[in-house]
Design a protein around this ligand. Sequence first.
Ligand code: ADP
Length: 368
Amino acid sequence: MNPALTPVTGATTPALVLDDVTKTYGGTVAASSLDLTAAPGELVTLIGPSGCGKSTTLRLVAGLERPDAGTIRIAGDVVAGGRTWQPPERRRVGLVFQDHALFPHLTVAQNVAFGLDKMPRRERTARVGEVLELVRLGHLASRYPHELSGGEQQRVALARALAPRPAVVLLDEPFSSLDENLRAQVRADTVAVLRETGTTAMLVTHDQTEALSIGDRVVVMRDGVIEQADTPEKVFEAPATRFVASFMGDADFLPAHVRDALLTCEIGVVSTVPGWANCDVDVDVVLRPHEVALTLDPESKAHVVAVEYHGAFVLHTVQLASGRTLRSWQPHGVRHPVGTAVAVSVVPGITPTLLVGDEAVTQPPPPR
Ligand code: ADP
């Protein structure tokens, strides 16, 4: 990493801490007792349905909203909490918005220099050059925003946010105004720059794949509450709640039973559940389409009710004898027509999530 580009953060001090932060608008609780920590260099993605409080969380960190309660620390300094209130310009945060929000009457270089007004002129010019090189836009320094593509505008916005060496960069749906072909490239470029500079970032998205693929940590919100904050693998493979299981990727739920460490449901034995010996409990099992196997079986009471071709894979929806449905990804060459009788099982070796009510359980519940 180039030391000149490194944001100034203590090695052990978290770059960002939200401690019991609450924000209400009238009767709406937009953020409810949020606890969240980002380590230096971490990329945290915030995801959840529209209105769940993602933007409010970002705006609280930026200083565009005041929390009703709780404390926010940036690089160890309290910026909101108790009697302390630091305005946005004193928070060492960089902002990147969906619409890029560049000044149309300023050149690329002037846009990037905007937040560096306190820097001596020579240093400022050098810094602008440095961050423009970082986003590979040095050759366009004297252009105006309307002379740039959407992707280039987004890179200018990122350069402007990084120029003052912020402790945290906040990105609010930064790729959603870009068309799909461009989005993957701009996303990869942005993440590469954040990584190269070791920048701590919090990025709001409504795209599940984006949240999982770029986040070191994924924060899933619902109704102002953090349902789970975990690695992408944990969020997808060990969702904490029914909501997280269904929101992050496709999931079907079947009533199931664990007896003496064996998990069974309508399709038969699903797996063993180590540690669940000597119990006899009802649960729901979460099954994802890549975990569900199909074989042709004219005797089976289950049959295909929908087939969707997705290119590399074909999504089959199967109705079981109970009327419940399960989805199954099949390789692109496999297409069982609607009406085909199929036997349904799970692929070997899965460790499915078990739910009691709406919560995932890893230990057998105490006997009632
Ligand atoms: P998201 O970014 O996840 O879509 P927001 O943080 O924008 O959600 O909003 C969370 C909740 O707070 C929503 O119910 C929204 O209507 C409400 N809200 C957000 N901003 C305001 C505001 N300025 N005034 C009143 N209600 C607001």
